[in-house]
Design a binder for this molecule. Structure first.
Ligand SMILES: Cc1cc2nc3c(=O)[nH]c(=O)nc-3n(C[C@H](O)[C@H](O)[C@H](O)COP(=O)(O)OP(=O)(O)OC[C@H]3O[C@@H](n4cnc5c(N)ncnc54)[C@H](O)[C@@H]3O)c2cc1C
Length: 310
């Protein structure tokens, strides 16, 4: 096992639990949009919005913690982001995760969903988990592509829109999917990737004691930053101490992940943004529709006629 990876234990004939990796993303709180939320060029002014735990990732984490409570095993939270994304990992730890991993590297910048999922798949591969859990969707990018793309890259079965764990027995998992207009029970074989809905559960309230303890969790980068301001800090000694207490946030770069650079960052991102436009509807462009069957039918007819839908 490579340095820096906690031994998650192995499962043979006697099941000793399931090793879960939860992918968590730090996102701007799009519910608290103020006047300064957008830059003049139409991009999001991230500094003006508080950063939060992507809501559906909390549901994915809760499902992983529930699996650990029922069957034993481990829960690892992993994020790809800037060094400041450790906040979301600390939150993962105080909510009950056993270890936290920050994938951070300047060469990740400008990654679209394809590059993001490639980089995260390299991180997941290092951990060789039984179950990978993602939120269905991030509230900033909103594509819902990252989970399914990771499964494809790892050649792992995926079950999306998960609302409930029905059973987990040996290598067989049965979950309930919510399809919007009905439910489906799906049986799959481990290892598997699940994308989890916000209706799946109610994330638990963290225990005050654990919250206080895990607030002290840090990455090496954070310790190094503190050492720049206080020469008495011995970075190696502090990191060793944090590790001994399960409070060291591991930091992986693209070299550690053995990532192929052609699939990372700008080079690995086929999506090109040609124009960003802030759309403000003028009153004459909006139309009131009668909330009746006839009103809705007339609107649909109009949309089909002008080829908006069809
Ligand atoms: C052309 C282009 C350029 C971009 N450039 C940048 C850039 O320079 N800098 C930048 O920050 N973003 C950039 N982005 C945005 C970035 O690609 C997305 O944030 C990222 O791919 C995730 O997509 P999403 O938000 O739609 O996630 P979704 O697919 O909606 O997320 C689904 C789930 O996947 C998991 N997940 C998603 N992202 C992460 C993550 N980072 N870490 C851990 N788990 C995750 C979570 O479980 C989440 O609930 C760019 C996007 C495009 C299209």
């Amino acid at each position: 096992m490579s340095a820096g990876i906690k031994d998650l234990g192995t499962r043979g004939d006697s099941i000793v639990g399931y090793n879960c990796v939860v992918l968590v993303k730090q996102v701007p709180d799009t519910k608290r949009v103020t006047g300064q939320a957008m830059n003049d060029d139409g991009t999001v002014n991230r500094a003006a919005l508080p950063a939060i735990f992507n809501p559906e990732d909390l549901n994915a984490l809760e499902l992983a913690l529930d699996i650990k409570d029922q069957f034993g095993g481990t829960v690892t939270v992993m994020t790809m982001g800037l060094p400041t994304a450790t906040d979301v990992l600390r939150a993962g730890l105080f909510r009950g995760a056993d270890q936290a991993i920050l994938v951070t590297d300047r060469r990740c910048a400008a990654s679209d969903t394809l590059a993001t999922s490639y980089i995260l798949s390299c991180g997941v591969k290092k951990l060789n988990p039984d179950i990978v859990l993602c939120g269905r969707q991030a509230i900033d990018g909103d594509t819902a592509q990252v989970g399914p793309q990771i499964a494809e890259k790892l050649d792992m079965p995926q079950i999306t829109y998960v609302e409930d764990l029905v059973s987990l027995n040996g290598e067989t998992i049965v979950v309930k999917r919510n399809l919007g207009n009905g439910w489906q029970e799906v049986k799959g074989q481990l290892p598997v990737l699940l994308t989890v809905l916000d209706t799946a559960n109610e994330p638990r309230v963290p225990r005050a004691r654990r919250l206080m303890k895990c607030k002290a969790a840090k990455s090496r980068l954070e310790v190094e930053k503190e050492a720049k301001e206080d020469a008495s800090i011995d970075v190696d000694a502090v990191c060793k101490d944090l590790e001994a207490n399960g409070l060291l946030i591991r930091q992986w770069d693209l070299d550690f992940l053995e990532a192929d650079m052609q699939w990372c960052g700008r080079e690995g991102s086929p999506t090109k943004v040609h124009r960003i436009q802030s759309v403000v509807l003028a009153a004459k462009e909006s139309k009131e529709v009668e909330p009746t069957q006839d009103g809705v039918e007339a609107m649909i007819h109009e949309l089909i006629v002008d080829h908006t839908i069809g």
